[in-house]
Design a protein around this ligand. Sequence first.
Ligand SMILES: *Cc1c(COP(=O)(O)O)cnc(C)c1O
Length: 355
Amino acid sequence: MINVTKTFFPPIEDYQNQLQRIWNNQWLTNNGELYKELSKKLQDYLGVNQIIPMTNGTLPIQIALNAYAKEGEVITTPFSYVATTASIVWEKCTPVFVDIHPEYLTIDESKIEASITEKTTAILATHVYGNPCDVEVIEAIAEKHNLKVIYDAAHCFGLIYKGQSIFNYGDVSTCSFHATKLFHTGEGGALFCQDEETRQELWYRHNFGHDGPEHYHGLGMNAKMSELQAAMGLSVLPYMEHILKERQRVCEYYDEHLDFTKLSKLKLREGTQWNYAYYPVAFKTENELLKTKAKLEAKKINPRRYFYPSLEALPYINSSDCTIAMDTAKRVFCLPVYDSLNIEDLNKIVSTINV
Ligand SMILES: *Cc1c(COP(=O)(O)O)cnc(C)c1O
């Protein structure tokens, strides 16, 4: 079975060594030693201003919306994972979908302003597949209309845009450390922001609003990352260079060997040092996609339709005029990408698609 991805397992001794530290400390969660070490190591590795690791990649989106979107209208992309839209609805905000750019597949920044009303409070856009949104234009729009910018950067671990971490753009960025993502802590994620004051404000919110054991700063919930998750993160992090190099090998194999008269690949925004998070391909029609998917599945190769359906088609949403997103979602799937994907399997995948 070749799935769209395969979780990286560090050598078990590495994980056991981290667990031993937890047993020595007799401390399982709440800002433990491993948590603090992982925070610091990630901050340095990624080159980010501020980080709060959390228990998954969805709660940081909700926390940012809770802090900044204030139950208003949130301008967002229909081409993302369901967590993006669901978080907006969960926080009692109203998603306002803006169609995507036909090549970059990120929110079409030229269509944002037409969707702004007096109820708009924030923009929540996804750097889909690690392809950055037009962060400069979005920032200018947000400034002009006094909106907060939150990026769902779940796919962006290690991604550099114009010489710095993509997490350093926007008021808040979020990442997922889920087992299927590039870097993982089993379940996990993080929130990134630009200054200490914002970090403090959002830190309260991820820990019940606690300001000391008997004082509350305000409303909060529980999004804390445990020591067990941090142990996995500390065990995986040393292998990132290896993971990225091997993923690059896989993506370059596809670049060289796929028949691009039948399908097209993602156009990356200029200035992007990519992280090989996904390998999406677009077919000319949904029918061609379905035929190829069936051929692959017959050989136990499982691409995934990231992201289908377009999120405006969700049962709890009632808008639907993003024609490019609707059409794109029908024609795109992601090919298997993971560090241990070998040349025989790559060959099998490519030859099945190309015939
Ligand atoms: C994976 C993902 C999430 C959710 O992250 P979790 O860690 O699974 O909660 C959110 N947005 C996007 C775009 C994702 O791909």
